[in-house]
Design a binder for this molecule. Structure first.
Ligand code: NAP
Length: 257
């Protein structure tokens, strides 16, 4: 442990990670570093220290944990960031650093929803032509290649940064980031005559409004289910529980308000 307090490394890139960093960084007994992959050109500001870029696999992360004298690791990455979660599990075990995963619950269909579960973006692309012709694609710019061969469909693509090829030939891009409102999503579906929605099961409240709008409009939704997570890692559903975990590990830190 360094003189500045217990060092907590948060693997971030999510709303939960940002909230967690804000809460923990306010505790003078803790030193908080957030780690971002560097996928977004202009990430939102984060309290505490920030490092950007990959570590170089589980070995690189293990080295970083050791060299930076990290006392606890929190994997608060997106449910679809499958690789880094496995890296975190291996690195934490290798250097004996306590690890917690923050995994928000997935979305659950309710009455009026027309959801079709698929296991991957490729599965979504395969199922898509049978469900509609004008798709609202909210799966992120990194996965667009899976839909590039669907030349006869039209796509509305929403992403934080501009997408790059390979991507579908008939598409309109909407550069935006959540949170989104039901009114806004309703209007988007109407204006673009969307007849099918494609989403990952991110489970995020900030992006759930599109599901309500699709339900209201009777628009079918292709839901890409989550990739597997490493076994044996303790997990909580949100930042408040993660703060509790840190407090139990290092009892001097403050409670969540
Ligand atoms: P991924 O497939 O699990 O990770 C690929 C590689 O990127 C990892 O092996 C690691 O490189 C690096 N990496 C990932 N997250 C990192 C982090 N927080 N800090 C440092 N390096 C990281 O991840 P991804 O799906 O590309 O997602 C990247 C980031 O975007 C994550 O932080 C995630 O929370 C955020 N995000 C992802 C999605 C999504 O749908 N996938 C959506 C919203 C936000 P090394 O092996 O070199 O360490």
């Amino acid at each position: 442990m360094s003189g500045a307090g217990r060092h907590i490394l948060i693997l971030g890139g999510t709303t939960e990670a940002r909230r967690l960093a804000a809460e923990l960084a306010a505790d003078p007994a803790l030193r908080v570093t957030s780690s971002l992959a560097g996928r977004v050109a202009e990430p939102r500001l984060l309290p505490g220290q920030v490092r950007i870029g990959g570590f170089g696999g589980p070995e690189g992360l293990a080295r970083w944990l050791r060299e930076q004298q990290v006392d606890a690791l929190i994997d608060a990455t997106h449910p679809f960031a499958g690789t880094i979660s496995f890296n975190a599990a291996q690195a934490a075990a290798d250097v004996h650093v306590p690890l917690l995963a923050v995994r928000r619950p997935g979305w659950v269909a309710t009455e009026g929803d027309h959801w079709h579960d698929v296991a991957s973006l490729e599965g979504a692309a395969e199922a898509l032509p049978a469900l509609g012709e004008r798709a609202f694609l909210t799966t992120g710019r990194m996965g667009l290649a899976a839909f590039a061969h669907l030349e006869h469909m039209w796509f509305l693509v929403r992403s934080v940064d501009a997408p790059e090829p390979p991507m579908p030939p008939r598409m309109e891009t909407l550069l935006d980031r959540g949170p989104f409102t039901v009114e806004g999503e309703r209007e988007l579906l109407r204006r673009h005559a969307v007849d099918v929605l494609v989403t990952k099961d991110s489970g995020a409240a900030a992006t759930a409004a599109k599901l309500v709008a699709a339900r209201e409009a009777g628009v079918p939704v292709l839901v890409v289910r989550r990739p597997p997570v490493p076994q044996g890692v303790p997990e909580v559903a949100g930042p408040a529980e993660a703060v509790e975990w840190v407090r139990r590990l290092f009892p001097r830190s403050r409670p969540f308000p």
